[in-house]
Write a protein that binds this ligand. Structure first.
Ligand code: GLN
Length: 446
């Protein structure tokens, strides 16, 4: 049923870089045989899943929606892919994204733009836009993305589904092609909270292959569904966010959700996080800096594209010129600049200082409240092309999501309603490893 859904919708949506119909059918047949033989089922036996095309998949090309890796086939699986398969899930495709996860609309994919299932003239968000659209359109009940500054939550909001960025270190990044290692996290998309929590039970576990993956035991995520009341809980609204221009429908939805939380027993209070206003600027120093270092591996020798050239320098130049799109080049130039001697202290080091202040402010906020409630994005899904000429406008899409990455916090985008036929998302943020707090609140208002 899911494969025929995929086949019917894909010509209109273009959510997948690589559909895996044949692989999925043969894996499904193999599972049938195993089950007939009496083999035990896993928590996801037979459940179709889709992962973003920056998750390494053994034997299946992993392009990062870049010409650089168009034909690159990894020799190993990302840990998350392995966990999903061990749980019995069937991988049915690799989802479109902005090239190397840099962008907010999938328009920076080197191949094609994905359409928003609610309105094909509009973008699905990004960078995990293919995963979000595929989930919303019912290709699979569970899809996965990566979130460096909002790339799970912003497309989840634009497509009307759940999208969760776990605490930094909650889910292994092993086998995720890195963008900015200190910010990247893998997380799920789903259409129901229960599915999301089930996904977390499968993918959130310690992993020796990722040195930043926490060793602490993970909670029984599904038990959050039993939460009945938010009595005694305090939920904060960030005062500074009201200074930004936010779409009226999003503001109204935020108030509706705050009312729901209040009627479930929570107390809604204002919280001040004055350094939030510098988060966007600092993100666009730190993320490109890390990217310029991470993407140095694409040199025409080790991975993917290798241009015809005479001599090593020409090989580097030509490969990068051909292999990277304009947004990636912009990030690499910015990143190299802010790390260069003479500018390192003025930009990179200063941005790190601001991040440590931001972390302190969050810590203070979470000593006063249990959760923060914010919009996920300042705007509704925008039209294709609308922000392509103006990178800053595109970057503004992540205004409310990127602080969670900078502080390593968990954050969930959930659908709060609709406006003119388009979904409206809101975000719940919690303290580090405070996922159960977030899921409990989401369960009460689902
Ligand atoms: N849109 C942001 C960027 O372009 C965030 C991307 C992401 O989370 N991967 O950097």
């Amino acid at each position: 049923a899911h494969l025929s859904r995929l086949e019917r919708m894909e010509p209109a949506l273009s959510a997948l870089v690589t559909p895996m119909r044949e692989e999925a059918r043969s894996r499904s047949a193999a599972l049938d045989i195993a089950l007939d033989r009496g083999e035990k089922t896993g928590p996801l036996t037979g459940v179709p899943v889709i992962v973003k095309d920056n998750f390494c998949t053994r034997g299946v090309r992993t392009t990062c929606s870049s010409r650089m890796l168009e034909e690159w086939v990894p020799p190993y699986d990302a840990s998350v892919v392995r966990y999903l398969e061990e749980a019995g899930a069937i991988l049915i495709g690799k989802a479109n994204m902005d090239e190397f996860a840099m962008g907010s609309s999938t328009e920076h994919s080197a191949f094609f733009t994905t359409s928003n299932p609610w309105d094909p003239q509009r973008v699905p968000g990004g960078s995990s836009g293919g995963s979000a659209a595929a989930c919303a359109a019912g290709y699979a009940p569970l899809t996965f993305g990566s979130d460096t500054g909002g790339s799970i939550r912003q497309p989840a909001a634009f497509c009307g589904v759940y999208g969760f960025k776990p605490t930094y270190g909650m889910v292994s990044r092993y086998g995720l092609v890195p963008f900015a290692c200190s910010l990247d996290q893998i997380g799920p998309f789903s259409r129901s909270l229960e599915d999301l929590l089930l996904a977390m039970e499968v993918v959130a576990r310690p992993d020796e292959r990722d040195g930043t993956c926490s060793r602490r035991p993970r909670p029984a995520f599904l038990s959050a569904l039993e939460t009945e009341s938010l009595k005694g809980k305090k939920i904060g609204l960030v005062k500074e966010f009201s200074a930004y221009e936010i779409d009226g429908a999003i503001d109204a939805t935020l108030k509706d959700v705050a009312d729901l939380l209040r009627s479930a027993g929570a107390e809604i209070v204002d919280v001040s996080l004055p350094t939030m206003k510098h988060a966007l600027a600092c993100y666009y120093i730190i993320a490109p800096a890390e990217a310029s270092s991470n993407l140095a591996r694409f040199d025409g020798v080790r991975y993917g594209l290798s241009a015809q050239a005479e001599g090593l320098l020409e090989l580097y130049f030509r490969t990068r010129r051909l292999g990277f799109g304009p947004e990636v080049k912009r990030r690499l130039l910015t990143g190299t600049y802010v790390l260069s001697s003479g500018y390192y202290d003025a930009y990179y080091n200063r941005a790190l200082k601001v991040v440590s202040i931001l972390k302190d402010e969050f810590e203070r906020a979470f000593s006063e409240v249990d959760l923060l409630l914010t919009p996920t994005t300042p705007t509704l899904p925008f039209k294709k092309g609308e922000n392509m000429g103006d990178p800053i406008k595109m970057y503004m899409s992540d205004l409310f999501t990127l602080p969670a990455n900078m502080a390593g916090l968990p954050a969930l985008s959930l659908n709060g309603g609709y406006s003119g036929g388009l979904p409206v998302g809101v975000q719940l943020m919690g303290p580090r490893f405070g996922e159960m707090e977030i899921f409990g609140a989401a369960a009460v208002i689902e």
